[in-house]
Design a protein around this ligand. Structure first.
Ligand SMILES: Cc1ncc(COP(=O)(O)O)c(C=O)c1O
Length: 318
């Protein structure tokens, strides 16, 4: 696990780590237009870089941020199992993964907040994981990750953390706080320019002699890749990975600026006028600099109104 230090250590990681010497072309911007690759090709630069930034041992790039928690949870839960989560999530209780989980017979126990005591009480013998967001979208609640990790580990299950709003580990570092797996939408801060939809599943270190034998040093990521990714197919495309590598090179610069400005603006727009959807719409339509769209973490100023977009499927009391 690396120890990142924002004032001295973040930029070299985001620029150079994960990029091994490319033996044939020596290209600094590696992208190969090919659907298939000869085995034993050098490791993917993007996945290695995210592993370095997040302090994980393995990373799987996914076709969207939304498919990352789906892949992660499907790796450890089957029909009749459940996970314990909170309604303070992207999409809340209508989060599309949870709807799909129901189709597979996997239950999601949604709590109304992220209180570790409530999580502990909700865990039963069929619970396979706790899932929370480090910083919830759109409420910006900060999950007590260390305490939730302790609850999870006392019950022998992993804590999976959605770290999209953690700005690619610049703002919040769940693995260093005890999380076992991290997922996030790289569509946001890692891309940073609104050019590609993608996500990641990140695995922290895990030792089990039997499972390590079957899946290599990273059990969770190994099973996720060779079983679930194979069957479900939400893989990251090479051009998307290239765009994300470009974006990651300026991550800390954008994260610093966004920490100062953008979240404050987004909060006002999301909640300051949430009871008056029409008023919010008028306000957004009259902004000159900010574009009205659903994204966050873009270098260009934007406004997003969750009540009519990302969270429109929620009932008023959810
Ligand atoms: C916290 C969070 N998780 C997941 C997603 C879904 O990501 P994607 O659009 O890459 O599928 C979003 C999108 O807004 C998000 O904000």
């Amino acid at each position: 696990m690396n120890t990142l230090n924002n004032s001295t250590g973040f930029s070299p990681f985001q620029l150079h780590l994960g990029r091994s010497q490319l033996p044939t072309t020596k290209a600094r911007a590696p992208i190969y237009v090919s659907t298939s690759f000869v085995f034993n090709h050098s490791a993917d630069v993007f996945e290695n870089r995210v592993a370095s930034l997040e302090g994980g041992v393995a990373v799987i790039g996914t076709s969207s941020g939304q498919s990352a928690p789906f892949l992660a949870i499907s790796t450890i839960a089957s029909a009749e199992d459940n996970i314990v989560s909170t309604s303070y999530l992207y999409g809340g209780v209508s989060n599309s993964s949870s709807v799909t989980f129901k189709n597979y017979g996997i239950g999601v126990k949604f709590l109304q907040d992220d209180d570790p005591v409530a999580f502990e009480a909700a865990i039963d013998e069929k619970t396979k994981a706790i899932y929370v967001e480090s910083i919830g979208n759109p409420k910006y609640n900060v999950a007590p990750i260390s305490d939730l990790a302790q609850v999870a580990h006392e019950h022998g299950i992993p804590l999976i953390v959605g770290n999209t709003f953690g700005m690619g580990n610049y703002l919040s570092r769940p693995i260093s706080l005890g999380a076992d797996n991290v997922v996030h939408s790289t569509t946001k801060w890692i891309d940073g320019h609104g050019t590609t939809i993608a996500g990641v599943v990140i695995d922290s270190e895990f030792h089990d002699p039997v499972l390590n034998e079957a899946y290599g040093s990273s059990v969770f990521a190994g099973k996720s890749r060779v079983d679930l990714m194979r069957d479900l197919g939400p893989s990251l495309n090479p051009f998307g990975a290239f765009l994300l590598i470009q974006g990651s090179e300026t991550l800390s610069l954008r994260a610093q600026r966004h920490s100062n400005n953008a979240l404050a603006l987004a909060t006002v727009l999301s909640f300051g006028v949430q009871d008056a959807i029409g008023v919010a719409g008028q306000l957004i339509d009259n902004l000159h600099l900010a574009s009205n769209l659903t994204n966050v973490g873009d270098a260009k100023t934007l406004s997003v109104h969750p009540a009519t977009t990302t969270h429109q499927q929620l009932m008023i009391d959810e």
